[in-house]
Design a protein around this ligand. Structure first.
Ligand code: CA
Ligand code: CA
Length: 257
């Protein structure tokens, strides 16, 4: 879309025609117009919300095998995009609960301590510019359901300045939800907040309170991790560069006549 509009601008200028004695003035006008068009397109790219992507891999627990939380937390890059769990499996319909989306979901049971957790690491160094300017915002949500009176589920985002657990910075963002007793309903827990300056890795968690599961299972599906603002997309930059080149060529063609 950016490409089309800028192409039309250059085309319209071309159609005006260039007379010898007006070449210099027209060159200035053309340059100014192209510059204005590029500036406008850049402004639009900043102001218009871009399609935001879920940064989690297999957010619906459909595709990947699970691994141990120890693998994930001891090797951020090596296990990026893999859910690491303490006491959980991937299942289809189970215990009266149907997956919220797709055909599978995460089935979490007590790990014998306080909370049963699943972790996934995400490299956010592409957002370093926004994060270090204090502009980075993260949101994490997931759907929870259990065939129990009052299971408590939740999400947590933790921040790290490097690709290891020892580099944790800032305070985690956390949100809990006490679920209804209806196995037919999925409920959302979500959290959003500023990303600490210096953050390069996120660890996302979905979890249940062990005690609230009362020896049964709690289910999770449709997890969703977002970071805004998006870095300028490669496609947009490529289009802008292409338009600039084409505009210069068009102008040179006019000038050579
Ligand atoms: Ca699913
Ligand atoms: Ca429910």
């Amino acid at each position: 879309m950016e490409f089309m509009r800028l192409g039309n601008v250059a085309g319209a200028i071309q159609k005006q025609g260039f007379h010898h004695r007006r070449k210099k003035a027209n060159m200035t006008t053309l340059k100014a117009t192209i510059a204005a068009a590029l500036t406008f397109s850049l402004a639009v790219s900043v102001l218009v919300p871009q399609a935001r992507a879920n940064l989690l891999v297999d957010p619906g627990f459909e595709l990947n095998p699970l691994t141990s939380y120890l693998n994930v937390l001891n090797n951020f890059p090596g296990y990026q995009g893999v859910w690491g769990v303490e006491a959980a499996t991937i299942t289809g319909v189970d215990g009266g609960v149907t997956p919220a989306a797709g055909s599978k979901m995460l089935r979490m049971v007590s790990d014998g301590l306080i909370t049963t957790q699943a972790f996934q690491t995400t490299d956010v160094s592409s957002w370093a510019g926004a994060i270090d300017s204090g502009l980075g915002i993260v949101s994490l949500g997931a759907l929870f359901n259990a065939n129990l009176p009052a299971a408590t589920g939740g999400v947590i985002v933790m921040f790290f300045s490097a690709a290891n657990y020892g580099s944790q910075i800032g305070s985690p963002l956390a949100a809990n939800i006490t679920l209804d007793s209806l196995p037919g309903t999925w409920e959302s827990a979500s959290v959003s907040g500023a990303i600490p300056v210096g953050t390069r890795w996120l660890v996302s968690q979905v979890l249940y309170s062990n005690a609230s599961l009362a020896g049964q299972a709690g289910y999770v599906d449709e997890a969703d991790l977002r970071v805004v603002p998006e870095p300028a997309s490669g496609l947009f930059l490529a289009c802008t560069a292409a338009v600039a080149v084409l505009s210069r060529r068009k102008f040179r063609a006019e000038w050579a006549r």
